[in-house]
Ligand binder design. Sequence first.
Ligand code: GDP
Length: 444
Amino acid sequence: MFDSLSDRLGTVFDRLRGRGALTEADVRGAMREVRIALLEADVALPVVRSFVEQVTELAVGQDVLRSVTPGQMVVKIVHDGLVEMLGSQSSELDIDVTPPAVVMMVGLQGSGKTTTTAKIAKRLKDKQGKRVLMASLDVNRPAAQEQLATLGAQIDVATLPIVAGQMPVDIAKRALQSAKLQAFDVVLLDTAGRLHVDQQLMDEMQAVARIATPTEMLLVVDSLAGQDAVQVAQNFSEQVALTGVVLTRMDGDARGGAALSMRAVTGKPIKFAGVGEKLDALEIFDPSRVAGRILGMGDVVSLVERAAETINQEDAEAMAAKMAKGQFDLNDLRMQLKQMAQMGGLGALAGMIPGMKKAQAAMAQGGVDDKMLVHMDAMIGSMTPKERAAPQIINAKRKIRIAKGSGTTVQSVNRLLKMHKDMATAMKKIRKMGGLKGLAGMLG
Ligand code: GDP
């Protein structure tokens, strides 16, 4: 997400950072380019205008221009401005009430409402141990209720049994009753969508909200719809008491303008971002991280979180202990490759680590890609346990055998061994510098 915006701003700021002193004219020039970049990313005009005005005023201050690193400070001001525009803080769902808490999902048809309902249910169940009941109030779209039931079965979350011919308000009442009787913690109501905003839909939402008294009313919008999404959000926020927004298809949205405008237009926080069709492809929307990503500062927090989720704690500790002793063999390399693949491959990692995008382009030119991760795994798989533990014994004859066994070439085996050697050397150096803790200290 945000790739093209991120590229454009990156160029503007690289120029600013590259200079020692800055004049007011330099900063104003850069801000003009920021303005164009935001408009091209499809951010709503009034939002761009107030953002650029505010940021410029701060950035041309004498404290900034006379500072030792004016370029860095301007970038920081833009970063803080973006964070504010996106809503300052990430906000969790408000479900801290006497159960059952009701979360109402609203939005147009095709926005990803049903999928998002299931994603949120899965998240509440897996991460917070909540007992969740989902109910579809969509009596317009054929098979909408069945769709939710199917998703519920996939993620092992209960859905309200379907009663043919029942109206939305009655379904909502029945859902609340069931939830109370069966001691569910949270009820998710997936309401009906329409192709366009219309009064009948709004009346229905209001009627359901009156009897269900939700603590959360989340508007689901398709980020790919750009300015239309902003319009839809505005319409909904004028008619129903939204508490937050979920932006779907952020995985396909390189421009990101809808996301950047949403908070300013609705006054409500973006709570989640949908980043894929799979039911775990939902991220908490954290403004400061997203701003960091947009400015190419990397999203180290997401990376660490994802690592913590995918990497087995014991494996990680065993690896850390080995590294601390300066031992790093091919078994360890293999484990690291596996973890990289689990974390979404090189592409997923590239967006999160500062400077990785350029490195990835270089690696792709050098023939390192996700396929290569698979090849490397195959090569290590074709080695004997002795070879993995002591790679120095791998002579020419052994290399030929390994290449044949893994369907690769001797050159590939050589590259793998060189990579391992470089990594082992790097780890020894890290150890000399005081281990990973020392390194973390240096990185600040
Ligand atoms: P609804 O009509 O609003 O309930 O929409 P659905 O939940 O049925 O979603 C419509 C389509 O969008 C489905 O094919 C979903 O898999 C897909 N979809 C939903 N959210 C996302 C997302 O965050 N990313 C991507 N790539 N696809 C999504």
